[in-house]
Design a protein around this ligand. Sequence first.
Ligand code: DC
Length: 233
Amino acid sequence: MIIAIDGTVASGKSTVAKKLAEKIGYFYINTGLMYRGVAAFARINNIPTNDSDKIANLVVKLKLDLKDVNGKQHIFVNDEDLTEFAIVPDIGSYVSNVADNPEVRKLLVSEQRRLGLEAGDAVLEGRDIGSDVFPDADIKFYVTADSRERAHRRLADDQKKNPDLTIDDVEKAILDRDKRDKERPIGALKKMSDSIEIDTTNLSIDEVVDLLIRLWSTEIKSAKCVSNLKAGF
Ligand code: DC
């Protein structure tokens, strides 16, 4: 069974996707980390991420692997662990350039689909999972939260790097990221008509995970009913 989790930045989707996968024993695929890995490699090697031809030529030569390291998903690019470089806060604009590149998306989407099919039971998390990677996913969740609440969740972390940041600055940055994610020419973030929207504004991580597990088990039961009906039981 394939579970697609898309949603807005700082909505808690990565944390809940990972916890959900752990609890139900599904393979977890953090697709954002793959875009981040390409951006980190380009940055380290001084390849401009806004040069779409150079990035398109680069991505076909990269070997990308997602591996668990001490319970966390890491991204290996050409067998080197680049996670540390892929998650630094100032990688944002590099990753957005890479994620806007149609050739990168074509390649990563097909790789993500292959990984999901290989796993059989998988939770994939990103922006375009329910639309482009697995439009036929068994369950689709669209996770979001009020932008002010999302800014509060990010504030303490962001202030560690820049103590002068205000809540308004953080909220503005979040709204800018939403806009870029939603207006991307290909693979734009959108709520699909068959997605279940989960608003995490007033929920803890554990409450969201419990809710997703309830919805997943309801889906499993109804899928069993349908297959029993088809089999004539
Ligand atoms: O989820 P994240 O913040 O790690 O994602 C990093 C970047 O990659 C972000 O700019 C959105 C983009 N992304 C995407 O375009 N498609 C995905 N499936 C996952 C992430």
